[in-house]
Design a protein around this ligand. Structure first.
Ligand SMILES: Nc1ncnc2c1ncn2[C@@H]1O[C@H](COP(=O)(O)OP(=O)(O)OP(=O)(O)O)[C@@H](O)[C@H]1O
Ligand code: SF4
Ligand SMILES: [Mg+2]
Length: 361
């Protein structure tokens, strides 16, 4: 006799599931916020969230918002580089700017050098700013055109009293040498230089105040490929000499592979996977990471890489998909993925991911 059993299709109550998820997440956050700060870390980011208002009512109440960064957490030690990767619009820059408090975080905790700076006002941030610097993608628009290189580099040194006034020029000349800039550039203007040289000036300016943390937001993306390696090598050299922590934002995975110690993979505002460079390149867990990294050419011809092509467009962060945000493009998505947000869990020490497939293993 034929088997009359009908496969039961689970039903999902999306509203109930969302409420349960939020309650669980809130409890986890409250617990994490109470944890002592890690004394080994320069930077600790806990459940960072940044929303931008999209629509307001007549009374000024926000009625629709875009969640640009949702629940991002990581730790970074002195001398380490965290690479943040992900497609355009996934929230890399917003994460970097929220850490520096150039964007006020909507929720979460930012612990810098043992201090919780999340709610610091601008006066409290002033001395901290010196220790947290940023290098932007475009070295053309980031330098004032009417000041000389010497003037540009001396100003922050004077403002922050890094050395006595009579030693500023010598200090700047030494810094220029460290950054591969000739001493006669001191009297020159930014427009006289190529993109690579300008980026060296930007790096020198960022490092002139002895920071502990530098956010590098696509620092080589606007440069010729031949120049990119020189700038990356310079950043690495300076990191060793000054024990700097870098948050290195890029969509170029080869560059990220070269420079990073840890890597965070973002999609639509959320961290999909986080781990050491070895974890992410040798044992990626999340389908999005696998797809993203399958496009990086492997120099070893004996290693066969299966190219996973992502279909479909990236959904709008203003209207992200329910359940797993990646389900509309994931080749392994099942019914549960459309309804239930997967938990961000630690699968190996220091290796985190959010995917139902992993939960079932
Ligand atoms: N000031 C802002 N106001 C409103 N929305 C913003 C603002 N800044 C960023 N966004 C939105 O937040 C989302 C994340 O943007 P973000 O610039 O952080 O992405 P990204 O990963 O750095 O992208 P890219 O690789 O293109 O630089 C995008 O949808 C963007 O449109
Ligand atoms: S939870 Fe589902 S949709 Fe999301 S990455 Fe995992 S398998 Fe793909
Ligand atoms: Mg960006």
């Amino acid at each position: 006799m034929a088997d009359n059993k009908v496969m039961e299709i689970p039903t999902y109550n999306d509203e109930k599931l969302a409420a349960e998820y939020q309650a669980k997440r809130k409890a986890q956050m409250d617990e994490d916020f109470k944890q002592p700060f890690d004394p080994d870390c320069v930077l600790e980011v806990r459940h960072l969230r940044k929303c931008f208002p999209m629509k307001k009512s007549l009374t000024g109440k926000v009625t629709k918002e875009l969640v640009a960064v949702d629940d991002v957490s990581f730790k970074l030690k002195a001398g380490e580089t965290l690479g943040i990767v992900g497609e355009s619009g996934c929230g890399k820059t917003t994460t970097g700017r929220a850490i520096l408090k150039l964007h006020e975080p909507t929720a979460g905790q930012i612990i810098f050098d043992g201090k919780d700076i999340t709610h610091y006002n601008s006066a409290q941030m002033r001395p901290i700013r010196q220790q947290m610097q940023i290098i932007f993608q475009d070295p053309y628009s980031s330098l004032p055109p009417r000041d000389t290189v010497g003037g540009i580099l001396s100003e922050p040194v004077e403002v922050h009293n890094i050395v006595p006034k009579d030693q500023v020029k010598d200090y700047v000349l030494e810094l220029m040498e460290k950054c591969g800039l000739r001493d006669y550039y001191f009297e020159r203007y930014p427009h006289e230089f190529s993109g690579g040289q300008r980026q060296r000036i930007c790096i020198a300016r960022a490092l002139s105040v002895n920071p502990k943390l530098v956010i590098c937001d696509e620092p080589v993306s606007a440069l010729d490929v031949s120049i990119q390696a020189q700038i990356i090598n310079l950043l690495k050299k300076l990191q060793r000499e000054m024990n700097l922590a870098y948050v290195f934002i890029s969509h170029d995975l080869s560059v990220v592979k070269f420079i990073s110690d840890k890597i965070g993979v973002m999609y639509l505002g959320s961290m999909m996977e986080f781990g050491s460079k070895e974890d992410i390149f040798k044992n990626p867990l999340h389908p999005y990471t696998k797809a993203l990294f399958s496009a990086v050419p492997n120099p070893d011809p004996t290693v066969k890489m299966e190219r996973i092509k992502l279909e479909g467009d990236i959904p709008s962060p203003a209207n992200p998909p329910k359940g797993c945000r990646f389900h509309t493009r994931c080749p392994y998505a099942t019914e549960i993925c459309k309804h239930v947000i997967p938990e961000y869990r630690e699968y190996e020490p220091g290796h985190f991911a959010a995917c139902h497939l992993l939960e079932q293993k």
